[in-house]
Design a protein around this ligand. Structure first.
Ligand SMILES: C[S@@+](CC[C@H](N)C(=O)[O-])C[C@H]1O[C@@H](n2cnc3c(N)ncnc32)[C@H](O)[C@@H]1O
Length: 207
């Protein structure tokens, strides 16, 4: 069942993101996921806001999510897609074989995991040679004033947003383990300024 806080967070997740989705995030997701191919594994799939956006080139969809209340919503949203299998696992403990996945997807997850490195190591483990990570994450601002504000409010934001670190420099952490193929910087319009700076693109593990 999960705890009441998680159930509430899952219930308000889609309404809280609604404006941001309308003001561009839905389009960012769609453009990113157009590149998904073959056997796809999504980490922290949440309520399934990406689920309807996978193209037909995504032949199998393993949508993972560790929080039971989120997973239930994800399951309800995806029952009619025969490609989908949902799994209750952490990003740091993906229960799939080594080198078995063509595309890993992470949208707005690397801000929330307790530590990024073990999750990146798992993604690298499960990707086939030639496979890629597609990511869209909100990150630490390059603008010094906004970065200071992110630092100041990081604790409060984490308490409000289920542990999300608004000041995490996810792109630098990614570069420790992955080579970027493409990266775009954008804004998460319609959302609080603390989480507005976005990076999105594709990356391959450094072998
Ligand atoms: C901000 S939500 C993003 C949900 C979805 N990916 C989206 O784009 O809307 C963060 C998600 O990460 C999940 N999460 C939290 N800790 C995690 C972990 N250690 N491994 C994988 N996912 C995690 C949360 O349960 C939540 O569903």
């Amino acid at each position: 069942m999960g705890n009441p806080g998680e159930r509430l967070a899952a219930a308000v997740y889609d309404p809280f993101l609604w404006l941001g989705e309308r003001r561009g995030m839905h389009g960012h997701r769609a453009r990113l996921l157009r590149q998904a191919r073959g056997r796809v594994l999504e980490i922290g799939a949440g309520t399934g806001l990406n689920a309807s956006l996978y193209p037909s080139t995504a032949e199998e969809l393993i949508l993972t999510e560790p929080v039971p209340a989120m997973l239930r919503r994800l399951g309800r949203r995806t029952t009619r897609d025969p490609r989908v299998r949902t799994m209750s696992v952490l990003g740091s403990e993906l229960q799939v074989e080594d080198s078995s996945v063509d595309t890993v997807v992470s949208t707005l997850v690397l801000c929330t995991v307790p530590s990024v490195e073990p999750v990146l190591a798992e993604i690298a483990r499960v990707l086939k040679p030639g496979g890629r990570l597609l990511f869209c994450e909100h990150v630490r601002a390059t603008d010094a004033r906004l970065a200071r504000r992110q630092d100041r409010f990081a604790g409060l934001w984490a308490a409000f947003a289920q542990g999300c670190r608004c000041n995490r420099d996810t792109l630098s952490l990614l570069l420790d383990r992955f080579t970027l193929e493409k990266v775009d910087h954008a804004r998460w319009s319609g959302m609080p300024s603390l989480v507005r700076p976005l990076v999105m693109g594709s990356a391959v593990p450094i072998r």
